[in-house]
Design a protein around this ligand. Structure first.
Ligand code: CP
Ligand code: NVA
Length: 308
């Protein structure tokens, strides 16, 4: 039993698959107006230190949708901003709520909160990982293309939190992953090394986006400057320009390839308007699936619906 969701690598393929299967079931049931009250009487605190549209609202909608309640706590409005230790914050919040969902900068913050929390801590994005997002992305891949094991998955652009989490997902689920990142913007080395040791499929890091996308089944892009890197935005635009996913580059993927973007998107930077709004792009399904996977996550970690 794992009490916290801090990184995908802490879970087995079977555990993560169970969460996705449960999310698909909840999505189908919601479409048939079958509602659940399984989190009635439960409260989640969303402690967010970075902006969010999708993650915040989908966690809140998921919690309310299961009969629970949410307290949104911007970190800057809490005593954390005035130096209260994480271990005190964590112990206090755990006396009030049944789950703490955290969006922050350092992975060490979620780790420390979890160390001292009597209730589950869920990582809703750090500089290192975005595990809940990759679960909704995998759910979207499975809905569209079936089991990911034999799909060629490609990452284009920055070796950021999303790239790191895709690397872990590839090693756990066992699908081939090719990343094309400009020099100096590689994913985390330790994560890459560890994943390669665990994986029976290749996890390849190259520079050339055209070589990477060749025959791809799933193409992933994300912003070139993540939250916290705003001052690098201009410099990054010049460096990352060859990695833009446009019609010409996408034509080199498999003709039935799907395009994933966790959003928010910067049109005409990492992706053109034409591709984002085109028939191969599933970004808005990914966004919807966040709510369904968050229901499965909350239900499992708070109530133990899925054996973790
Ligand atoms: N994809 C995602 O995490 O979006 P938000 O930053 O809007 O939560
Ligand atoms: N890499 C992006 C993901 C946003 C959901 C960021 O961290 O800003």
């Amino acid at each position: 039993m794992n009490n916290h969701l801090l990184a995908l690598k802490d879970f087995s393929k079977q555990q993560l698959q169970s969460l996705i299967v449960r999310a698909i079931m909840l999505k189908n049931e919601a479409a048939d107006d079958i509602l659940h009250n399984r989190l009635a009487g439960k409260t989640a605190c969303l402690l967010f230190e970075k902006p969010s549209t999708r993650t915040r609202v989908s966690f809140e909608a998921a919690m309310y949708g299961m009969g629970g309640q949410v307290i949104f706590m911007p970190a800057r409005d809490s005593q954390l901003g005035r130096g209260e230790p994480l271990k005190d914050t964590s112990r206090v919040l755990a006396r009030y709520v049944d789950c703490i969902v955290v969006r922050t900068f350092g992975q060490n913050v979620v780790t420390e909160l979890a160390e001292h929390s009597e209730v589950p801590v869920i990582n809703a994005l750090t500089d290192l990982y975005h595990p809940c997002q990759i679960l909704s992305d995998l759910m979207t891949v499975i809905e569209r293309k079936g089991a990911p094991e034999n799909l060629k998955v490609v990452w284009l652009g920055d070796g950021n939190n999303m790239a790191n989490t895709w690397i872990e997902a590839a090693s756990i689920f066992g699908f081939p992953l090719t990343l094309a990142c400009p020099e100096g913007y590689d994913p985390d080395n330790a994560i890459l090394d560890e994943a390669r040791k665990r994986s029976d499929q290749p996890i390849t890091l190259i520079r050339d986006p055209a070589e990477a996308i060749n025959d791809a089944d799933v193409v992933n892009v994300d912003v070139w400057a993540s939250m916290g890197q705003e001052e690098e935005q201009k410099e990054r635009i010049n460096i990352f320009r060859p990695y833009q996913l446009n019609k010409e580059l996408l034509a080199q993927a498999d003709k039935d390839a799907i395009v994933l973007h966790c959003l928010p998107a910067h049109r005409e930077e990492e992706i053109t308007e034409e591709v984002l709004e085109g028939p191969q792009c599933v970004a808005f399904d990914q966004a919807e699936n966040k709510m369904h996977i968050h229901k499965a996550i909350l239900e499992s970690f708070i109530n133990g619906a899925v054996e973790l």
